[in-house]
Ligand binder design. Sequence first.
Ligand code: G3H
Ligand code: ZN
Length: 310
Amino acid sequence: MTAIGNLRSTNKDTLREVLTRVQAEGAALGHFNVADHVLLKAVIAAASETKLPVFVGASEGEREFFGPSQLAALVKSLRQESDVPAFLNADHTHSLAKAIEAANAGFDSVGVDFSALPFDENVAQTKATVQAIKAINPAILAEGEIGDIGTGSEIHESAQADFSKLTTPEEARQFVEATGIDILAPSVGNRHGMAKSMVQGKTKKHLDIERIAQIKQAAGTFLTLHGGSGTDDEHFRRAISSGINIIHINTELRVAWRESLAESLARDSNEVVPYKILRPVVESVKQVVIARLKLFHGQAVSPEVVGTLA
Ligand code: G3H
Ligand code: ZN
């Protein structure tokens, strides 16, 4: 992987242009989920500080809490004022109605997720959804998912390893051809959320790197890696050089958000000024985002930030 100090993205570039450029640099675009303004501020501040593009994501639950149109308006406004590209993804969208809502709200991409359905039904529903959102905005990018990567960007009692539904290269080829998606999210050993031992920095997720390379070859599209929190750094690097273009991180941000909020509240029980309580939370989440962005772009990462979230 080449270190990126020379990524010449501007905040006028499209998501497809940025993905193409990041891929050519041997890097991956960091995708960070947000559920509130604190998380969003942290992600945008990290992008500004590192001068690296970011993908802001919000799942159906996160969108419902934020308000899809309000989130889109905020990202648009922050993007206009920032000197780096920030894009918005409707992450894990499980219905045609929610995909249409996101496309109408101005999202740059929709993560169409019918992966819980049998393969043929997943193909049919994904294809119909891709057609519907591209009819609203031809420039929108559509992601499709196959295989099982678990649910819940949360802390789990133990690692949810289930390698019975890993994506095969042939499934990937058929799915991309049949649906017209721009981005494929495969199951390659990745799982959503973090085991307690991962939060403590004692264990890491490992990926099936050879499978990623085979899927990339068969699918010929951009590839997204979900469930990035707690993944071994070296596996991230190898996944990127094997064809991963986007990496999703959520639980690591949520852990930093909760821990720093608890610390901030505990510091002074008489403090009631929200921005004084929340400023350290933004800072702490920002440090996690910066560490992940640097790793995804081949830059040196200070070991004290990632892996010591607890
Ligand atoms: O879509 C969001 C993610 O895939 C994040 O997964 O919580 O394991 O980082 P994570
Ligand atoms: Zn995900």
